[in-house]
Design a binder for this molecule. Structure first.
Ligand code: AMP
Length: 470
């Protein structure tokens, strides 16, 4: 999971890219980077840290040009190495080339080992470099960037929203199942592509639409053109974007994410009402869900926990002890609101159970009489292979535990997760068009040792079909 952006604008792109990355900061806090193209030269800057830490006025002044791309990287375990920061930048055969990617390939090992067998060496451990290597090779053979991308897409399996910049032209493409988001907007004097519509809002740009699954967009100073590379009978948009990832003020497929979350909150109340005195979100991710629960139940919405705004995400903490201490630093109960009260706490998800267990304990310490937990996603029981940083099965609290057992583990008075049917209904998508792998253990692509849904994907410009089996 990462945030990506690409802009072509006659007025210059470094500041707009910076603001867009700021708007996408929630999609990744590990590192940030920008590459711009100006008169045959690639200007680049990337570092580990938040957008505000990585860039300053001098750096942005040096990122000249009217075309550029940017990236914020999501903290994943194991690969927190400086060389994995993006954009990845290359020069070959007189071209300068830069690429950013949101997603995760499931066949990158096979692809990179084919390349290594032929003498290719890789400088990073990212699957993004594998995408770059394929594009560069196909471009060298065919001479056409669009053909190179189409051939590349035929080889990739997994989730990918990619923005590539070749010599001042931007190419953006989305995997055939549209697992990760990517949308297009109109800037003052150009166009942009970005992971979420909030990046367009930040620049005062006009949102045009989401890229379709399997679509390729080309943007240069002359304008924008679209090409539908693959057609699939289904898509598989990541349901976790609605639950947790996307900002609530983003619009996906014409629907405001906040409204989806509020609807989930309403449905949570319908499925599991509680006779409580207040509804409190677990900030910030539980906010919209709690609003819906409160509206549907008529029970007052009141903040039972206040979040320290200046603390990063607790997930970055490598050990359980650190994660537990971090929860204490991050969320503080409001004694005056909760003392003697029966409280419904609403959060988006439970992963390891660290946050919920700790905050329920804190709520009781601060005097809450009863703490009922309501969750905006069904139990997460399986890992994600397609880009969301979730632990392996053994570390998921809901794996091999009934909701009753999880309720005792987190010491709640009651626990209810939204049903999968209600969650899907709230998104407005058909179940066929969503990836719910982390909730069902059944994935939209073939993944070794896992169940997968059967889907055929035809390439309009080729004969490729994915081999998906149940
Ligand atoms: P846990 O404490 O392990 O149960 O994690 C649950 C908390 O982490 C919830 O408050 C979520 O908002 C947040 N969360 C859920 N999924 C993720 C993720 N993939 N990366 C970072 N934070 C997450």
């Amino acid at each position: 999971m990462c945030g990506i952006v690409g802009i072509v604008d006659a007025g210059g792109v470094s500041l707009p890219l910076y603001y867009a990355l700021f708007a996408l900061q929630h999609r990744g806090q590990e590192s940030a980077g920008i590459s711009t193209y100006d008169a045959g030269i690639l200007h680049k800057h990337k570092e580990q840290g938040l957008v505000a830490e990585v860039f300053n006025r001098e750096i942005l002044t040096e990122l000249t040009g009217k075309v550029g791309i940017g990236h914020v990287r999501y903290p994943t375990t194991g690969e927190n190495q400086p060389e994995n920061t993006q954009p990845l930048n290359f020069s070959f055969k007189g071209h300068v080339f830069s690429i950013v990617h949101n997603g995760n390939l499931v066949n990158s090992k096979e692809l990179s080992s084919d390349y290594e067998d032929q003498g290719h060496i890789f400088a990073t451990t990212t699957d993004t470099e594998v995408i770059a290597a394929i594009i560069a090779r196909e471009l060298t053979v065919s001479g056409s960037m669009e053909d190179a991308i189409i051939l590349c897409m035929q080889k990739l399996e997994g989730s990918y929203s990619v923005i590539a910049m070749l010599d001042g032209t931007i190419y953006a493409f989305r995997d055939p199942l549209g697992i990760k988001p990517l949308c297009i907007g109109k800037t003052d004097s150009g166009y942009m592509v970005a992971s979420e519509s909030v990046a367009m809002d930040a620049l005062g740009a006009i949102f045009i639409r989401d890229l379709k699954p399997g679509e390729l967009v080309r943007i240069d100073s002359d304008g924008i053109s679209y090409r539908q590379v693959t057609r699939s009978s289904h898509s598989a948009f990541c349901i976790f974007e609605y639950v947790y990832f996307a900002r609530s003020d983003s619009v996906i497929d014409g629907v405001l994410v906040y409204d989806v979350r509020r609807k989930i909150g309403e449905m949570l109340h319908n499925e599991a009402p509680v006779n409580a005195e207040m509804i409190s979100p677990v900030p910030d991710s539980g906010m919209a869900f709690a609003t819906g629960y409160s509206e549907a139940s008529g029970i007052p919405f009141k903040e039972g926990l206040i979040k320290n705004r200046y603390i990063g995400r607790t997930f970055i903490m490598p050990t359980q002890k650190l994660r537990e201490n971090a929860v204490r630093m991050k969320l503080n109960p409001v004694r005056g609101h909760i003392k003697g009260k029966s409280v419904v706490l609403v959060d988006d998800s439970i992963v390891r159970g660290t946050t919920s267990r700790r905050i329920i304990e804190l709520m009781r310490e601060f005097g809450a009489r009863e703490v009922h937990f309501r969750v905006g996603s069904p139990p997460i029981t399986a890992p994600c292979y397609l880009g969301v940083d979730l632990p392996t099965r053994n570390d998921l609290i809901a794996h091999n535990r009934s909701p009753g057992e999880v309720c005792s583990c987190i010491s709640a008075d009651s626990l209810h997760h939204i049903s999968l049917e209600a969650l899907i209904k709230a998104t407005g998508h058909s179940p066929e068009d969503l990836c719910c792998g982390c909730l069902t253990g059944c994935y939209p692509l073939r993944i070794s040792g896992e169940l997968s849904k059967c889907r055929d994907i035809d390439f309009v410009n080729g004969s490729y079909q994915t081999r998906l089996e149940l």
